[in-house]
Design a protein. Structure first.
Length: 374
């Protein structure tokens, strides 16, 4: 087993600078947990506390139910892969991968077996005699992973390991890491600022902001049910459209009303959403509502089936992206982005009919920014 439990973990630097506050989580054996958030949110600090590279200011850290707050890094049975790979330039790939085992006085035959097995898993058997300078970025990344694999650790810690790779290679390595996790069947804890990496690889994602955990959930739940405005806008590309609106309740129908005084648009919410008590308590009040770009539709079939969702929009700009287009629009003076099939022709400075899928509108409290309903 390789579980990791964080109970009230916090890190405060001199000068009362709080990097991480009250982090609570139980990471189960074989999970692939991603810590994600903007720069300075505390994700790398949390990872380094798990590794033993940062002292824990408060709280308790357990690996396999053993308290490890004061256990040295070398005795925690973890392996860490760094952003810059940290390979020894004067050593061959074989020597880099075997170095940690030599330090532990592992028998030579065992070292050779482990290195060759790891090289086979990572498909770098033909690189074992090369030095890092003769490797590409992707190959260096595999060597860094191999150095961790040979130790058979309980937990793998990965700190933004793909950030130095180009976009195409990052995509390839994301898939490789996911396959590696399935092969090794052990616990991965991975730090990134890239929400695409988080969504494609993690079994659970921890979204952090300013040292605090915002939400912990599987990727799809995080996308569909963000707990607050920050999570809603951080997860998803392009990010969720957000606009200010007033909730209106008339004749047993709940509307979102937005726009300027001379040009108001009303969106009727479906009864299952709009008639909820938690929504009706905001009747007559300002809220923030969000809708993802993919939930603003331009397809003729969708529009014909949902005439009640139809809205008139001004197209400001169309960004072609191959199979899709990002369409920048204004409705009653409020800006939105819609992602549509690029086969649907749209021109800048034109008027179009679009439909909001009101089943996927999210509503947030304007002051607390917490989700009221989705």
């Amino acid at each position: 087993m390789a579980s990791v439990t964080l109970k009230g973990i916090g890190k405060t630097y001199p000068g009362d600078v709080v990097a991480v506050s009250d982090f609570n989580m139980e990471i189960e054996h074989k999970e692939f947990v991603i810590l994600v958030g903007p720069s300075g949110c505390g994700k790398s600090t949390t990872l380094r506390m798990i590794a033993g590279l940062e002292e824990i200011t408060e709280g308790s850290l357990y690996i396999d139910d053993k308290l490890v707050n004061n256990v040295p890094p070398k005795d925690r049975d973890i392996a860490m892969v760094f952003q810059n790979y940290a390979l020894y330039p004067h050593m061959t790939v074989f020597e880099n991968m075997s170095f940690g085992l030599k330090i532990r006085k592992t028998p030579r035959s065992e070292i050779k077996y482990r290195v060759e097995e790891a090289a086979k898993i990572l498909e770098i058997e033909n690189l074992l005699e090369r030095k890092p300078a003769a490797l590409s970025g992707g190959q260096r990344q595999r060597v860094a992973l191999g150095r961790a694999i040979v130790r058979n650790p309980k937990v793998f810690l990965l700190d933004e390991p793909l950030s130095n790779l180009d976009a195409k290679l990052r995509t390839t390595m994301r898939a490789e890491l996911a396959k590696l996790h399935n092969k090794l069947q052990t616990t991965f804890i991975y730090v990134t600022h890239d929400q695409t990496e988080a969504m494609t690889m993690g079994t659970r994602i921890v979204v952090m902001r300013d040292g605090f955990v915002q939400q912990i959930a599987p990727p799809q739940e995080l996308f569909d049910k963000p707990c607050n405005l920050f999570v809603a806008t951080f997860i998803g590309t392009p990010q969720m459209n957000i606009a200010e609106a007033t909730i209106i309740s008339e004749n047993s129908v709940t509307y979102l009303e937005f726009g300027n005084n001379s040009n108001i648009t009303r969106i009727a919410l479906p009864d299952w959403k709009g008639r909820k008590p938690e929504v009706l308590q905001y009747a007559g009040k300002k809220v923030l509502f969000g809708i993802r770009p993919n939930d603003i539709h331009a397809e003729k079939d969708y529009i014909s089936q949902h005439p009640e969702q139809l809205l008139e929009a001004d197209v400001e700009f169309v960004e072609l992206l191959g199979s899709d287009s990002n369409v920048f629009i204004k409705i009653s003076g409020v800006e939105f982005i819609s992602v549509i099939d690029s086969k649907i022709h749209m021109e800048s400075n034109s008027k179009v009919k679009l439909a909001f899928d009101t089943n996927f509108i999210h509503i947030f409290d304007i002051d607390t920014e917490k989700r009221i309903t989705n």
